[in-house]
Design a protein around this ligand. Structure first.
Ligand SMILES: C[S@@+](CC[C@H](N)C(=O)[O-])C[C@H]1O[C@@H](n2cnc3c(N)ncnc32)[C@H](O)[C@@H]1O
Length: 399
């Protein structure tokens, strides 16, 4: 596909997204209908689509103010053209000429818009943040709010977690290099490697099939490691909101005995196979109350995901004040239910991948104010400025 044909595909997918279809579904539908598109084309179209979604607000402002796939891509490429040499642009609207699979050529207004240097935008627009959320970022992050929001406009780095039972960061770096994959240790977590080239080949490697590593954000690894450090090796831990099991597997790899639970058991569907590949045991539990009290419990609760909006940017635009209020009510309910399962002297970890104080310290403060007999013993807050996703962990002890 030519760069212009890729632009046309991205415009079509963005139009479907603007009409309410999830971006992933629109991408899959396009890929199925476009057998001529190779893997490089699919990756390039995906990159264009997700880049625009992350920057939806500024892209619309710079693309003429219209909510259409064409205007959004035009605005996004206008900003890119002002920031990088033409040779590095993923596409340029100047190539759109209406021939073959290319989008129709720019009209005079669009051409003038694209040629004009981007104006200074209002702060929330320039940072691609919904207006109502900007004060929440300011109060949680202070002077870090702008740099963090700027990072959330870009693609997330790729990290993996070296399985300590089967390899070391150094040995795995060498092994991956043989497959043309460049990786290097990252200071956020002892077993974290940041992959800087060849990331799309990772899952096809023998090292992955052999369980030498798992894909996991470095900050997520740091959260699991911090909780594991607070516990003697062999402690029986309940991962109360296990989801796909990223943290459960990391806890098991650090020598804890892990059971996993989730209100939606379907989300743990891949966990047994992942545990087998990693060579660790993780018991999946439907009724964790049956084995209470637990000496340690991690509640990695559902949240806005604001710390991982680089990976899942649609969530940034879907969040509303009502949805956030529902999330904080769910977080309170889970925290109280989970706390009731912890033994005296036991530890309770509360984690989110949110950057918002209302989902983090505020929930812990509300819990401590209402439920007697608990004390905070540790707190970790990571933002994308630390290199990985934004994460929050508080560890409480039951007296
Ligand atoms: C942030 S995700 C967990 C991610 C996972 N720990 C990981 O590291 O990959 C939150 C999970 O909480 C689950 N959940 C929601 N409400 C719950 C509840 N009341 N009790 C237990 N799990 C719940 C969701 O189904 C979701 O899988």
């Amino acid at each position: 596909m030519t760069p212009a044909a890729r632009s046309a595909a991205a415009i079509d997918i963005l139009d479907r997204w603007l009409a309410g279809e999830p971006a992933e579904a629109a991408l899959t539908r396009w890929a199925r209908a476009s057998r001529f598109a190779g893997s490089g084309d699919r990756e390039a179209v995906r990159d264009l689509v997700y880049d625009v979604i992350r920057k939806r607000r500024s892209a619309q402002a710079l693309g003429g103010g219209v909510a259409s796939g064409r205007a959004l891509l035009l605005g996004c490429l206008r900003a890119a053209a002002a920031a990088m040499p033409a040779a590095r642009l993923p596409a340029t609207p100047l190539d759109w000429d209406g021939t073959g699979h290319a989008p129709p050529a720019l009209d005079a207004t669009e051409r003038a818009l694209f040629a004009a240097p981007p104006p200074e935008l209002p702060r929330a627009v320039a940072l691609d943040c919904p207006d109502w959320l900007l004060p929440a970022f300011d109060s949680a992050l202070g002077l870090d709010a702008d740099p963090v929001l700027r990072l959330l406009r870009n693609r997330a780095p790729v990290f993996l977690r070296v399985n300590a039972d089967k390899s070391t960061p150094e040995a795995l770096c060498r092994l991956l290099a043989d497959s043309g994959i460049a990786a290097q240790p990252h200071p956020l977590a002892r077993m974290a490697l940041q992959v800087t080239a060849g990331a799309r080949r990772l899952r096809g490697t023998q090292a992955f099939r052999d369980g030498l590593f798992e894909m996991q954000d470095a900050a997520s690894q740091a959260v699991a490691a911090r909780f594991a450090q607070a516990l003697p090796v062999g402690t029986h831990v309940l991962d109360y909101c296990a989801g796909g099991g990223g943290k459960a597997l990391a806890l098991a790899a650090s020598g804890l005995s892990v059971s996993a639970h989730d209100a939606d058991p379907g989300r743990m569907r891949d966990l047994p196979a992942r545990a087998t590949r990693a060579g660790v045991a993780v018991a999946v539990l439907a009724d964790p109350a049956g084995q209470a009290p637990w000496p340690a419990l991690l509640a990695d609760v559902p949240c806005s995901g604001s710390g991982s909006w680089r990976r899942a940017p649609e969530a940034k635009w879907a969040l509303s004040p009502d949805a956030l209020a529902r999330l904080t009510a769910t977080q309170d309910a889970i925290l109280r239910r989970a706390a009731a399962l912890v033994a005296p002297g036991g530890l309770l970890g509360y984690a989110t991948c949110s950057l918002l104080g209302v989902e983090n310290d505020d929930r812990i403060a509300a819990f401590l104010a209402e439920v007697p007999g608990w004390a905070r013993i540790d707190r970790l807050r990571l933002t994308p400025l630390d290199g990985g996703d934004g994460f929050f962990l508080t560890i409480l002890v039951r007296r």
